[in-house]
Design a protein around this ligand. Structure first.
Ligand code: IVH
Length: 670
């Protein structure tokens, strides 16, 4: 753990950076980082201040709710403060929130109330004041107590009524206040950014920033062009006898002429809330506006009031959010890992941090060029990005937090595994261990050889592979086929039965389809896709071995770097010898003929499939002689559009490519 001295120093740096970021966001409307990074840094500061409370300062960014009102706007004091919400990120935190309420209210009260769940719109909060049914003032939240008068700008938003509907049962000439979210629909946001790009203007980072920037314009003509929208979520000033449940505020607001969210829903318990949360997560990409979670309100207004506030947030409501896809953390070390082709990959060892729902403690830094370009040093504070299940990436360094003690990483001159010489070839990004006998390289290439997409041999885990090497029973994958039961039986923990199983498993895989064989060779830069392309172009391993560089380069989807890598692989006498030995050992390559019913057809996939995985779908197409491409072009025969298709579909439509939905695709491959 850090010393108090370190913590003090770090807290000062964090405070300065957070305050700069806040100023850029709230005052200049020109943020340089995402909200998630801002939150991540603030969380670290909160952590330090709670560990060392006397380090807390009165002006610490942890001591405030919102931004400062812009001086160009009239200031407005809110009749009742515009609060913020406490965030929870998982089931347990939600449960803790409920438990806190249980301590302050009886079970009966909570049961009778239930919860009203709403979508948490990602825009900015606005307060609208109506007198005699007419909109007389609109204000931003500002710092919660004092906001900015943005009435003229708000009047340009078509979904905000300038007067209340007089035929509403709830119409009142009294002063009422409607609060809700001003947001920019995704479509308007995209269109606006395209226009801005064409004009060479700075683009907005996300719809929320765009909405905030648009509402805080000094010229309301600009706001009018920005296509903002509004959704109401609370009402103040309605007579209490008409209002017992929060849910009713939405109904009344709707009746008075305000848009309210149609996805909102009453829930009686946490189970229902969890379901709602999961449903909305699926719904999220399809919604025409951005949301970042759900809001859960104690439905009974009186109970809500009774629960009061804690800090700047009501106890009776909570924001349940999806985990951030970005977070900040510290690079504690950088080490290299040696891969199956001898390439040394730098890996960042990180202070563990929660990103998109899982803890990240290491991330690949790819190669030296990448590392230098991002200038990542040991001790740096970095932004980690992880979308869903995708591998986490170090996005950038927060240079502002450097202390001067960070250390640059230099590649080792010798292999950390075998001590062999390490070189970086001219024109290549990678450092490579030159030692052809490097133990780790041999071990990893064997692992690759037996892996699922290659020879698919069961029972050959890393421990057994090590043992076989140690006992000098094998020196490369070709030796596997020569193994006999008697070689294994004397090995520790190798009973007769398991020796037999392993030998059988190896022998049963001698017959192998050509693409798998090519993939198994472990040619640098050749994945399954490229192996398929090669197997289609060449009729035998001999033909492939003798192919010229030009010929390989002419294959669609194979670029010059990959082509060179393939060509060089087959030129190396050691590799030629390896292939000969595999064939001599009885490996039987099966050539698949291209006469399937999809021969000559190229498929592109976009969006998720429900009945089979993307990989299964691709394999089916290939088995029927078809081709797969990652991008849509003139020669694309079909685009298979699953759920939530991406931009490929738009391109396909423009080019007039035939579009198949999942059902039609399944029919085709039946
Ligand atoms: S209730 C106590 N309901 O989220 C604050 N807020 O983190 C009362 N927001 O400032 C807000 N959708 O800008 C509420 N359905 C919703 C919301 C919502 C978005 C925003 C709002 C608020 C922030 C709180």
């Amino acid at each position: 753990m850090q010393t108090k001295e370190d913590a003090k120093f770090r807290a000062e740096k964090l405070r300065k950076l957070i305050d700069d970021l806040r100023f850029r966001y709230h005052v200049l409307d020109d943020p340089t980082v995402t909200d998630e990074i801002y939150d991540s840094l603030t969380r670290e500061l909160v952590g330090i201040e709670s560990q060392f409370p006397d380090l807390k300062t009165a002006d610490s960014p942890t001591q405030r709710v919102g931004g400062e009102p812009l001086k160009e706007f009239q200031q407005v004091k809110h009749v009742s403060p515009m609060l913020s919400l406490t965030d929870v990120f998982d089931e347990q935190e939600l449960k803790n929130w409920e438990n806190r309420i249980f301590r302050l209210a009886s079970e009966k009260e909570i049961k009778e109330s239930g919860f009203y769940c709403e979508i948490k719109m990602d825009g900015l909060a606005i307060s609208l004041i109506y007198e005699n049914g007419i909109l007389i003032q609109a204000a931003t939240r500002g710092n919660g107590q004092i906001g900015e008068d943005v009435t003229e700008n708000v009047k340009t938003i078509q979904s905000i009524p300038l007067k209340l509907r007089e035929d509403s049962t709830f119409y009142t000439a009294n002063r009422i206040e409607v609060r809700g979210e001003v947001y920019m629909p995704k479509k308007s946001f995209e269109k606006m950014n395209v226009d801005r790009k064409i004009k060479g203007e700075v683009m907005f980072a996300n719809p929320r920033n765009a909405a905030a920037g648009s509402i805080r314009q000094l010229d309301s003509k600009i706001t009018a062009k920005r296509k903002l929208a509004f959704m109401a979520y609370s009402l103040l000033g309605i007579e209490t006898e008409k209002l017992t449940f929060h849910e009713q505020e939405h109904l009344i607001a709707k009746d008075l002429g305000f848009p309210v969210n149609t996805h909102n829903q009453f829930c009686e318990d946490l189970k229902c809330i969890e379901n709602y949360f999961e449903r909305m997560e699926k719904e999220r990409p399809k919604l025409p506006y951005q949301i970042d979670g759900i809001v859960i309100n104690i439905n009974d207004e009186n109970l809500f009031k009774k629960l009061g506030t804690i800090g700047k947030a009501p106890r009776g409501a909570v924001a349940y959010k999806w985990p951030a896809e970005e977070a900040t953390t510290i690079v504690e070390d950088i080490q290299v890992s040696v891969g199956r082709t001898g390439v040394l990959t730098p890996i960042a060892f990180l202070r563990p941090v929660l990103v998109a729902g899982s803890t990240v403690s290491r991330a690949t830094l790819h190669n030296e060029d990448e590392l230098r370009k991002k200038d990542i040093r040991i001790g740096d504070t970095v932004v980690i990005h992880k979308a869903g299940d995708v591998i986490p990436e170090v996005e950038k360094v927060l240079i502002e937090l450097r202390t001067g003690k960070e250390k640059e990483f230099n590649f080792p001159k010798t292999c950390p595994e075998c001590g062999g010489k390490v070189v970086r070839e001219a024109g290549k990004a990678a450092y490579r261990c030159e030692n052809k006998d490097c133990f780790v390289v041999r071990q990893r290439s064997l692992q690759h050889f037996v892996s699922k997409a290659a020879f698919d041999m069961e029972g050959l885990g890393p421990k057994i592979i090590n043992k076989l090497f140690e006992e000098k029973l094998i020196s490369d994958p070709a030796d596997l086929f020569k193994l006999k039961k008697s070689d294994l039986e004397h090995l520790e923990r190798f009973a007769e039965k398991s020796s037999e199983n392993l030998i059988n498993s190896i022998q049963s895989k001698k017959k192998i389809e050509f693409p798998r064989f090519i993939y198994a060779l472990g040619i640098p830069n050749v994945g399954e896709e490229t192996a398929f392309d090669l197997a289609k172009r060449y009729k035998s391993i001999d033909e492939l071995k003798n192919a010229s560089l030009e010929d390989i380069q002419n294959i669609r989807d194979i670029g010059p770097i990959v082509a060179k890598s393939i060509y060089e692989y087959f030129q190396d006498p050691q590799n030629q010898d390896f292939i000969d030995r595999l064939l001599k050992a009885g490996v039987d390559i099966e050539i698949v003929t291209q006469s399937g019913k999809l021969a000559g057809k190229t498929f592109v996939f976009t969006g998720g499939l429900e009945n089979l995985s993307r990989d299964q779908a691709k394999e089916k197409v290939r088995l029927l002689g078809g081709d797969i491409s990652e991008s849509v072009g003139k020669d694309t025969s079909f685009i298979v559009a699953g759920k939530d298709p991406g931009s490929k579909l738009e391109k396909a439509k423009k080019l007039g490519v035939e579009i198949l939905d999942e059902d039609h695709f399944l029919n085709l491959i039946k």
